[in-house]
Design a protein around this ligand. Structure first.
Ligand code: ADP
Ligand code: MG
Length: 550
């Protein structure tokens, strides 16, 4: 039309679309999950905005999602009666990529060989519809607005934005209609059984009714639309949880831990949380935060309430409160004492559940530790209150084996051993040949081998576990005291007659380059090693830190 305006896509979007169109990724089904999830978000937003502005839903039309296949036109439409988008929102939301996650995903996608796999693993929102459509027309009316706008694109480098027709304005009272002109090889998405299958697999727990509108016959609801977390544990099967996890967390893996309970008492709330079994690509992005969703009496409020501390940011799911007010402002999210109470209780519960999993389902726990151990260890220095519990959760590679817990370490202490020893460095291989291990090895003392950058942080606090101090083998004086040598003939604790004079010669030779030269218990076969002072920074840890900051 005369009023249509062409706009270029942001460079990242154009790049993403190019990859999408040329990808050999075969699991194209996810496009429907992405569109339904957007429609559901839009219905959530409408319900939320209507709390402050009831006029938005004065028409009484309930928020819902409709899927309309049209075999004559070869189009599939996903329609919602949610919040809708105005002109500027269409331009901003469907022309750029705002999510930091998507940006770093894109960087990965370009460098990865298996780019297609990544698309399936993470989903890429609205733009994934271009896997199945060669032309998309979005027509939308923002709730409460007079105007209807259309956004049209065939992928490529840009889109067109134009005022909606009179006919559009009649059809769309509120919300968004997305019409996909299907590619020739995507016609199967017009079949009702295909649509039903995909919705059941990915979107069954969407809270709003999803109506399938067939070309002939009556529309029917094809999802169960239950807020699963409100149902009782006894009526749910593991598959129900797995499906809910995929839908709530936008995930494709299986949850390694599921936590479902209802807290009753001073405050009542339902909790459904999952720990993934694989690592997302943006786990260490600085902006990455927890994404546990806060609901109040089944109304979605925000996924930005920091319900769990940063070191549990990999946990996904829902907390649904019975008592919080619906109109929670940003400020209240930060200062509400009830929310603080919920945070504390849920955090404690997640930590003890992880601990229990470590004992009862070591294989599942190992998956979580493998993927998120470095994140959980951040808690050792951030969460003073739960430090001991988090240390108990931690697993280490040690000179005695892999996946060792500190409890196991303590159980295997040598006679007279009163401390827990560790050595930090950049690889297990290099650590194993470090001469600083020699004397511990001669006594059969187990040493934790630390190679995660985060280890530099938590070990820099003076910690102990079950009353045993943790000590670095590359720092200060090490006194293995009364721990006997395995081979008693090799007693190196007796001072050598010439020791004092040798030290004097070395000191004179090295001069100012060292602060001290001492006889040490650390070594058995090597002649000497460099160590840091007891109070200064640890050399190895400094190197780990440098790696982290790079
Ligand atoms: P995400 O959903 O992760 O934000 P998407 O690419 O799926 O990313 O969607 C981009 C944005 O477009 C959404 O955040 C939302 O603002 C807007 N949007 C998409 N679909 C709809 C819809 N049906 N109704 C309202 N807004 C939508
Ligand atoms: Mg989305």
């Amino acid at each position: 039309t005369a009023d249509a305006v062409s706009q270029p896509f942001q460079a990242e979007v154009a790049e993403l679309l190019h990859l999408m169109v040329h990808s050999v990724y075969s699991e194209t089904d996810i496009f429907l999950r992405e569109l339904i999830s957007n429609a559901s978000d839009a219905c959530d937003k409408l319900r939320y905005e209507a709390i402050a502005n009831p006029a938005l839903i004065a028409d009484g039309a309930p928020p819902e999602i409709r899927i309309v296949p049209d075999k004559k036109a070869d189009t599939l439409s996903v329609v919602d009666t949610g919040i809708g988008m105005d002109r500027q929102e269409l331009i901003d939301h469907l022309g750029t990529i705002a999510r930091s996650g998507t940006k770093s995903f894109l960087a990965r996608l370009t460098e990865a060989k298996d780019g297609a796999g990544l698309i399936g693993q993470f989903g890429v929102g609205f733009y994934s519809a271009f896997m199945v459509a060669d032309r998309i027309v979005v027509t939308s009316r923002r709730a409460g607005a007079g105007e209807v706008w259309t956004w049209t694109s065939s992928g490529g480098s840009g889109f067109e934005i134009a005022p909606g027709s009179e006919e559009d304005a009649k059809r769309i009272a509120r919300g968004t209609e997305i019409v996909l002109h299907l590619k020739p090889d995507a016609k199967k998405y017009l079949e009702t059984h295909e649509i039903e299958r995909i919705v059941r697999a990915y979107s069954d727990n969407i809270q709003f009714p999803i109506q399938l509108v067939p070309e002939e016959g009556e529309p029917s609801q094809i999802n169960s639309a239950s807020a699963l977390w409100q149902r009782s544990k006894s009526e749910l099967k593991p598959e129900d949880y797995a499906t809910a996890y995929k839908q709530i967390a936008h995930a494709f893996d299986e949850p390694a831990m599921t936590l479902h309970y209802r807290a009753e008492g001073r405050y009542s709330y339902a909790v459904l949380l999952f720990a993934p079994s694989t690592k997302p690509f943006d786990l260490f992005e600085p902006e990455r935060k927890g994404r546990v969703k806060l609901y109040v009496r089944r109304v979605f409020i925000t996924d930005d309430a920091d319900l769990l501390p940063a070191y549990l940011r990999f946990v996904r799911g829902v907390v649904d409160s019975e008592d919080l007010p619906l109109n929670l402002s940003r400020e209240m999210l930060q200062n509400n004492p009830q929310l603080a109470q919920i945070r504390k209780a849920v955090t404690g519960r997640v930590v003890s559940e992880l601990e229990a999993l470590g004992d009862k389902e070591p294989e599942n726990f190992a998956k979580i530790w493998e993927a998120f151990g470095p994140v959980i260890k951040e808690g050792i220095y951030e969460d003073f209150e739960r430090r001991e519990k988090l240390l108990a959760l931690s697993r280490f590679t040690t000179t005695a084996g892999e996946k060792r817990s500190l409890k196991q370490y303590i159980a295997d202490l040598k006679p007279n051993q009163t401390e827990v020893y560790f050595l930090a460095g950049d690889s297990i291989e290099r650590l194993k040949s470090n001469p600083k291990l020699e004397s511990a090895a001669a006594r059969g003392i187990e040493v934790l081998l630390l190679t995660d950058p985060v280890d530099a942080f938590w070990t820099s606090a003076a910690l102990d576990f079950e009353g045993k101090p943790l000590k670095s083998l590359s720092q200060g004086d090490i006194d293995f005291g009364l721990v006997p040598l395995l081979d008693e003939h090799k007693d190196e604790t007796k001072p050598d007659a010439d020791e004092a004079s040798i030290i004097a010669v070395i000191k004179a030779t090295l001069g100012e380059r060292v602060s001290d030269v001492r006889a040490s218990q650390r070594l058995t076969s090597s002649a000497s090693c460099l160590v840091a002072g007891s109070h200064g920074p640890d050399r190895e840890l400094e190197r780990l830190l440098a790696r982290q900051n790079r």
